[in-house]
Design a protein around this ligand. Structure first.
Ligand code: DGL
Length: 271
């Protein structure tokens, strides 16, 4: 069991923000990462579609013998974490709960901002979870649709990225938040631009950090930590392996991984 890989899934490369943190904390673990690029953006899908996609991908990863799964996507977590936990017997971790706990600890003025995809924002996944734990906190949200394609193209600090970000972040700047949750794993790669625009008075909460800490805790508690050897990385995409490889190399700062194309028909047979 200890030797079995950890599974990750996202609509694309956003979940690599979680992988990067996990590699620092758990460097010996094997990784199986699924990027559903062909069906991206998840933020524009409905709940039924998102549940189907998530269950299909976890089934695929279970065939790769994963011991635990991280839904490294806020949208898929909001739509389908509950269903996935009912459906599968392996432990499944989402990104929303760890981020909320982190943000509640960090805010002093009790005003938290959340930027996320359209689905996560309209589903109110973050405000609901924050209010459940700390009802007095005020939550301000906005969705930032163009961020996902900007990140997939690797344009993290381009002038156009700043221009788009300024527009999306304006209402949040006006609402005097002191903490901002990056509620989409893609947004982690835009931290520099977001921080430049929001200013030093706003703490950015990146779910990838708190999620990887939660993952480590669960792995240790279940006695499934891989203690020896080097970690191997396998990547799968429903999109173009070439495109994924190009941006993944920049993000991971390594080319020590394999990428395979998975056809949607193969995925759809899984559920
Ligand atoms: N990275 C994803 C998230 O955390 C979804 C991006 C998308 O495909 O819309 O929500």
């Amino acid at each position: 069991m200890k030797e079995q890989p950890i599974g990750f899934l996202d609509s694309g490369l956003g979940g690599l923000s979680v992988v990067k943190e996990v590699k620092k904390l758990l460097p010996r673990e094997n990784i199986e990462y699924f990027a559903d690029n062909q069906r991206q953006p998840y933020g524009e899908k409905n709940q039924d579609e998102l549940i189907d996609y998530t269950l299909q991908i976890i089934s695929f990863l279970i065939k790769k013998k994963i011991k635990i799964c991280v839904i490294a996507c806020n949208t898929a977590t909001a739509a389908s974490l509950k269903k996935a936990r009912e459906f599968f017997s392996i432990p499944i971790i989402g990104v929303i709960q760890p981020a909320v706990q982190d943000a509640i600890k960090k805010t002093s003025n009790k005003r938290i901002g959340v930027i996320a995809t359209e689905f996560t924002t309209k589903n109110e996944a973050y405000p609901k979870e924050i209010k459940r734990i700390a009802p007095k906190i005020k939550v301000f949200s906005n969705f930032c649709p163009e961020f996902v394609s900007i990140v997939e193209a690797g344009k993290f600090t381009a002038p156009k990225t700043y221009e788009v970000a300024r527009e999306y972040l304006k209402p949040l700047k006006d609402s005097q938040i002191d903490t901002l949750i990056l509620g989409c794993t893609h947004y982690s790669f835009l931290k520099r631009a977001i921080s430049d625009i929001m200013g030093s008075g706003v703490i950015l909460v990146d779910p990838s950090v708190s999620t990887s800490l939660t993952l480590k805790e669960v792995i240790i508690q279940k006695g499934i930590l891989k203690e020896e050897g080097k970690g191997e990385e396998n990547y799968y995409t429903t999109g173009s392996p070439k495109k994924v490889e190009k941006t993944a190399k920049i993000i991971l700062n390594s080319d020590n991984f394999k990428i395979q194309k998975v056809k949607l028909e193969e995925l759809e047979q899984n559920i």
